[in-house]
Design a protein around this ligand. Structure first.
Ligand code: MGD
Ligand code: MGD
Ligand code: MO
Length: 761
């Protein structure tokens, strides 16, 4: 009998060694991730929240007391009853005095794998029970694309689940053009848990079959196939211009599939007029695009011709839409793929990202997993997720979203469980000003993250290893019995028990628990899953048999996938969920919104900050803050695996040899990155895997500002990034639009205290 546990980065087998549990990769995983092997590292325990803790002035003065001191003063540890009483009283007072629309429960974040102890479901169900809360829409991952894509092709979740599978691409694809690579580092992860890491093998299999790979990206090291890759360095945030120029070549050289455009798309004519420069006298030619992207014009033209003369798959990283006007590269990609006419053909068309997670290209059956119901929210107010600081700073201000206008509510209380806004939000100095506005901030956390340190009340939470749960992820073909591996740290409780305790105090316990313990709920969710599986002809064993088997494997139902095949073969019988039922190269709906920053077809619009901007100085560099190789966001940053990747204890910043030489920087130096928004330190890696003019500082180093100078000491890029919406359509996050200056080496290095717990009074 094998015991299992699941995490976003993999399924692990639990073994005993000298009486202590150890984690081993799942035997059917062909390329396991190292991240999760370190979940039991003793180095993590110093950063755990051990007991319920309340900020000193809050305890002394109640809600609203010295909110400017959040993150700067001592906490008082106390027993569960006293802390739960305090939190329940604050919630009750807020809902009575200001109404539930003054409670923000958006609580964005990845939390941990496991379908029952899913922190977002838990907090939302609890807040729905007490009368509702202000929620968030969309994600930091896909702010722009999630709003845009339903207008053009379909929902992002749907498109992700129907990507052409790797086996089909190995057989049929001849040319694979990746915008932003297919980084193996990112495919370590799927929300809910990876079973088999298929991307490294998928890429290698394609290369062995002779597929030619082109990587259009500011960095070289994000597409590894075991064979040659044609790297086309491009200025960040300018891919749209390159794609428009490829479209211009297809149109002017007659290389496009007019019958596909006529059968399967609408709105090509307006787009064609735009690329030909009919109205602005500016043909979007390769020469034009070279000035913007710095990719040579003849390279752009030959890419377009090659794409037309081969079976071509186009892929795009999600990072491209985490930018101002982030809708445009996605729209341009779909347009280009439609012009090539290979959508629905084996190995051709487009993918909305083969690299961002392990999910895309999976041959597994699409099944619906167990879900813990969140109930219904009586409050209608919401914000697009990345507008949190803007909302807190500007109650009553209006914003547009997907064609309608809304108003920011006035937030008095924040409840966060399962996310780390001091990891994920842009321009953290601005967030700190916004964070001082609410009267009460409550956080459920496992670790003393920067967010927990900036709360008023902190409840210690168990990790997945400290509780039983069900593990399931879309298109991973496994249901995992996540058996508890170790006892809880300190006095940590499950989110479920914390919310049950609060619900009891607020008179909503029955609504929240329905009289069930966690153990009861696992059985109920399993029964619900069994019913859903039954409807697609899959029968599962009893709960007890499942639990003792440890894992159910559904991969016998695998089959090859060709994205949008049925649609392309017969668009009348199998229409898309768009207004026209076809691919919308021009969208009358978006056009009717009259947005200057998101017109009715793919358009080049200058980013807010970029290397081609009019006021750029030679000292400025474009900062890419991509996802980290050795972590999931900020999770497990204190682990030895993550720390091994640091340079001088700081997050590494990659800088090109030329840029380093001009600044007198050598490998291993600690350097300072700065702009008008903030400053941070990082450890230099001098390398030509990054193009000149660009630096890369991955996200996730625990935020650690010096209390006197605000200089961030640990290498968190969100000390520098821009907190503006991608557009008035989506209000998505624009993290990848950011210019910085860089100087070094910095001597006299201050100590890092990111992993230390706060001071206790
Ligand atoms: N500059 C820049 N910023 C970015 C991005 C970028 O590309 N550039 N990317 C953005 C993207 S795509 C994303 S998705 C976000 C990610 O941002 P987040 O999802 O907020 O980041 P995580 O570090 O995963 O935070 C999860 C937190 O949940 C806690 N947690 C884990 N399990 C549990 C649990 O069971 N209960 C409770 N209560 N807590 C738990 C963890 O300890 C951790 O602190 O970051 C965004 N930020
Ligand atoms: N190991 C690990 N994997 C993860 C995560 C993690 O934290 N750690 N997070 C997960 C999450 S929540 C998400 S949303 C996905 C995100 O998936 P993505 O958004 O696709 O990932 P990123 O790493 O931000 O960026 C991918 C690549 O795009 C390149 N790039 C950046 N800007 C540009 C540009 O303007 N043009 C071009 N052509 N390329 C550009 C970057 O150099 C990077 O190599 O990753 C997931 N996978
Ligand atoms: Mo994400």
């Amino acid at each position: 009998m094998t015991r299992y546990t699941a995490s976003h980065w993999g399924i692990y087998e639990v073994e005993e060694k000298a009486g202590a549990p150890v984690l081993k990769p799942y035997r059917k995983d062909t390329a396991p991730s190292s991240i999760g092997l370190h979940q039991l590292a003793p180095e993590l325990s110093g950063a755990r929240v051990q007991r319920p803790s309340v900020r000193k002035s809050y305890l002394d003065g109640g809600p609203g007391s010295r909110t400017d001191l959040r993150g700067r003063e001592a906490f008082v540890e106390m027993g569960w009853d006293q802390a739960l009483d305090l939190a329940a009283a604050a919630i009750d007072k807020t809902r009575k005095e200001n109404g539930n629309r003054s409670i923000f429960g958006g609580s964005y974040g990845w939390a941990s794998a496991g379908r029952f102890h899913h922190a977002q479901s838990q907090v939302h169900r609890f807040l729905n029970g007490i009368g509702g809360y202000v929620r968030h829409m969309d994600s930091y991952s896909l702010g722009a694309a999630r709003v845009l894509m339903p207008h053009l092709v379909g929902e992002m979740e749907y498109l992700q689940s129907i990507h052409t599978s790797w086996d089909v691409m190995a057989e049929h694809t001849q040319l694979f053009i990746a915008f932003g690579g297919v980084p193996e580092k990112n495919a370590q992860v799927t929300a809910g848990g990876v079973a088999d890491h298929r991307v490294p093998g998928g890429l290698r299999q394609m290369a062995k079959s002779g597929v030619r790979f082109v990587n259009v990206s500011p960095v070289e090291d994000n597409l590894k196939t075991g064979d040659a890759v044609d790297w086309v360095p491009i200025r960040p945030n300018t891919d749209t211009a390159l794609m428009l120029a490829m479209a211009w070549v297809l149109e002017t050289e007659g290389l496009l599939d007019r019958s596909f455009l006529a059968r399967c798309t609408v709105g090509y004519e307006t787009f064609r007029d735009y690329i030909l420069g009919k109205h602005d006298n500016l043909p979007k030619s390769p020469k034009w695009a070279e000035g913007i992207t710095r990719v040579p014009a003849d390279k752009i033209a030959s890419l377009a011709r090659d794409a037309a003369s081969h079976r071509t798959m186009l892929s795009i990283a999600w990072s491209l839409q985490r930018a101002t006007h982030g809708e445009q590269p996605f729209w341009a990609l779909v347009t280009l793929a439609a012009m090539l006419g290979q959508i629905g053909k084996p190995g051709g068309g487009f993918g909305v990202g083969y690299g961002p997670t392990n999910q895309m290209g999976s041959p597994h059956l699409r099944m619906s997993g167990p879900t813990f119901s969140q109930g219904t929210n009586a409050v209608k107010d919401f914000i697009p997720v990345a507008r949190i600081a803007d909302m807190l700073l500007n109650p009553g201000k209006t914003f547009t979203y997907d064609g309608a206008e809304y108003t920011y509510p006035d937030i008095k209380l924040i409840y966060w469980a399962g996310g780390n806004p001091y990891h994920h939000h842009q321009d953290l100095n601005r967030l700190r000003r916004a964070w001082a506005k609410p009267d009460t901030i409550i956080v459920n956390e496992q670790f003393w993250t920067a967010t927990a340190k900036r709360a008023d009340i902190v409840f210690p939470v168990t990790t997945t290893l400290e509780r039983d749960d069900l593990g399931f992820a879309t298109k991973e073909a496994r249901l995992v019995a996540m058996a508890k591996v170790i006892p809880p740290a300190g006095e940590a409780k499950d989110d479920y028990d914390i919310f049950a305790g609060l619900a009891e105090r607020l008179g909503t316990k029955d609504l929240f628990t329905e009289g069930h313990s966690s153990g009861d709920w696992l059985r109920r969710l399993y029964a619900q899953f069994a019913t859903k599986a039954d409807t697609i002809g899959i029968s599962v064993p009893s709960f007890d048999d499942f639990w003792s088997a440890g894992l159910l494997d559904f991969s016998e139902h695998d089959k090859p996938v060709i994205m949008l095949k049925d649609f392309a073969e017969d668009p009348i019988a199998n229409p898309l969920q768009t207004p026209s039922g076809r691919i919308e190269i021009g969208s009358a709906t978006i056009d009717s919104f009259r947005l200057a920053d998101c017109p009715g077809h793919a358009t080049w619009i200058e980013p807010k900050e970029w290397l081609g901007g009019r006021s750029v100085t030679p000292a400025q560099l474009h900062l890419i803050s991509d996802q980290p190789t050795r972590r999931l966001h900020s999770q497990l940053d204190p682990s030895p695996w993550s720390r091994e990747g640091k340079v001088n204890g700081r997050e590494p910043v990659y800088i090109n040899t030329q840029d380093a030489a001009i600044r007198g920087i050598t490998d291993g130096d600690v350097v300072e990155l700065s702009n008008a928004r903030g400053r941070c330190l990082a450890g230099a890696i001098v390398s030509d895997v990054i193009m000149p003019g660009v630096v890369r500082l991955s996200t996730g180093a625990w935020y650690d500002p010096d209390p006197d100078t605000d200089l961030e000491l640990h290498g968190n890029p969100n000390a520098l990034t821009l907190d503006v919406p991608s557009s008035g359509l989506s209000q998505g996050c624009s993290a990848h639009t950011c210019l910085v200056e860089l100087r070094g080496p910095v001597n006299d290095l201050p100590d890092i205290s990111a992993f230390d717990p706060p001071v206790f009074a």
